[in-house]
Design a protein around this ligand. Structure first.
Ligand code: ZN
Ligand code: ZN
Length: 424
């Protein structure tokens, strides 16, 4: 198999060319042209359909946008139809293909699964069955040779290169659960037809019904179809490329995944990718309430009307203690930590975990007590309520104390390191 991978300039000044597993460093310019022509000379691995689509669609989007703008200009209708289809197809990929079908972070009723199947097809990223098969391999083998969009093969490869060539990826044994879903099996059989009808024809018809005539038809086609497909494509691709290149690693350095709140704005919350790779069973990617994660909000609000259920959340104590351990590793920078300090850190993390466990228990007790509220006199209930509130507050104080103690320990570690550096 011959693959071309162009590494981004910020990683290395050379470009790498893979031939049968061998890697040769290429200088820019002539060598790259030679490598590309060699590749084109053996086009058997290039997926003509995908490559033509990925190159042709942006060209079509830009030329049709110029033609349309010159003839019809722009009003409210165009951005609205773009936004409608951007939201529907983008969220079908992030909340549907990704968090529901790939990771089973929650359950969804059939009308929602059908919606995801229809508008996921409109995103032109293949069927849910094939998308999820690739994605499950990506998680199991992140950064390894088997990872379909491993960033170790270069930014371009992870972003879009892997879609342009045929790799042995017809094996969908890891998605037997999805093949058993009638909606997804039907979508897989008719993926291109559904994609064309929902992703191209539907916005054009809505435009025609809304604005009327060829003006509306073209407006819907260009904004809700062509441009929107290109934007959703590259927003999704950024998760495979940029979210494995830029950002922080607050939870794990076991793989290249990174957290980038900025990327979350473009990708319906998928930018918290280091969190996601560490806790993939969680239906949220941005786990704090203020983290920008529209996919999480969609899944949560759908649960209020019975469309989703069994939303899985990783316990806060597990998330926070993981983050603490990662901070210790980062601050120690590979140096051995003093055994006394290590003991204090362990104690502090244990305090935090028991604080959270007790808090959950106290809340449960309070909830249970509320059921007998009507059988109590007003004054007696007030006393019971106060008792529960005090117990809950005590747990919160213990958690806060553990957090402060942790910060203090990290600071003292930094000071010790500085003193050592000065002494050296
Ligand atoms: Zn994932
Ligand atoms: Zn990833």
């Amino acid at each position: 198999m011959t693959q071309l991978s162009i590494c981004a300039p910020y990683t290395t000044p050379t470009m790498h060319y893979f031939t049968g597993g061998k890697r040769h460093n290429l200088k820019r310019g002539k060598d790259l042209v030679r490598a590309m022509s060699e590749h084109i000379a053996y086009p058997s691995n290039i997926n003509i359909v995908n490559t033509s689509f990925l190159i042709g669609m942006p060209i079509l989007a830009v030329t049709s946008l110029v033609y349309y703008s010159m003839n019809y200009g722009i009003s409210w209708f165009e951005p609205i139809i773009f936004l409608m289809f951007y939201l529907a197809s983008g969220l079908s990929i992030t909340a549907g293909y990704h968090r529901l079908f790939s990771h089973k972070t929650h359950k969804a009723a059939w009308p929602l699964r059908l919606f995801y199947a229809l508008f996921g097809a409109a995103a032109f990223q293949n069927s849910a069955i094939k998308w999820c098969s690739d994605h499950r391999v990506h998680h199991r083998k992140t950064d390894k040779e088997e990872d379909p969009y491993s960033v170790t093969k270069g930014f371009f490869w992870a972003h879009v290169g892997w879609v342009m060539v045929d790799i042995d990826k017809d094996d969908v044994d890891n998605v037997k659960d999805l093949q058993a879903d009638k909606i997804l099996a039907w979508q897989d059989r008719n993926i291109f037809l559904i994609g064309f009808l929902v992703g191209i024809l539907l916005p054009a018809l809505i435009g025609m019904a809304w604005v009327g005539g060829i003006h509306g038809f073209l407006g819907g086609l260009v904004y809700g179809g062509f441009i929107r497909v290109v934007v959703v494509h590259h927003a999704t691709f950024l998760i495979n490329s940029a979210a494995h290149t830029w950002g922080t690693q607050p939870y794990s350095t076991e793989n290249s995944s990174r957290d980038s709140p900025l990327l979350s704005f473009l990708t319906f919350g998928e930018g918290y990718h280091n969190f996601h790779h560490t806790f993939q069973a969680d239906y949220r990617n941005g786990h704090k309430w203020y983290h920008w994660d529209p996919s999480k909000w969609l899944i949560k609000s759908a649960s209020w009307v019975g469309l989703t259920s069994d939303l899985y959340k990783i316990p806060t104590k597990a998330i926070e203690s993981r983050r603490m351990k990662r901070t210790i590793d980062k601050k120690s920078d590979g140096n051995e930590i003093d055994s006394q300090l290590q003991e204090k850190f362990t104690e502090c993390i244990a305090q935090l975990r028991t604080g959270f466990t007790d808090l959950i228990e106290r809340r449960k007790e309070y909830k249970l007590a509320k059921q007998s509220k009507n059988t109590q006199t007003k004054n007696h209930w007030r006393a019971i309520k106060e008792g529960h509130k005090i117990k809950i507050k005590q747990c919160k104080i213990r958690i806060a104390k553990a957090r402060i103690e942790f910060k203090y320990l990290v600071q003292s570690m930094r000071l010790t390191n500085n003193v050592k550096a000065i002494a050296a």
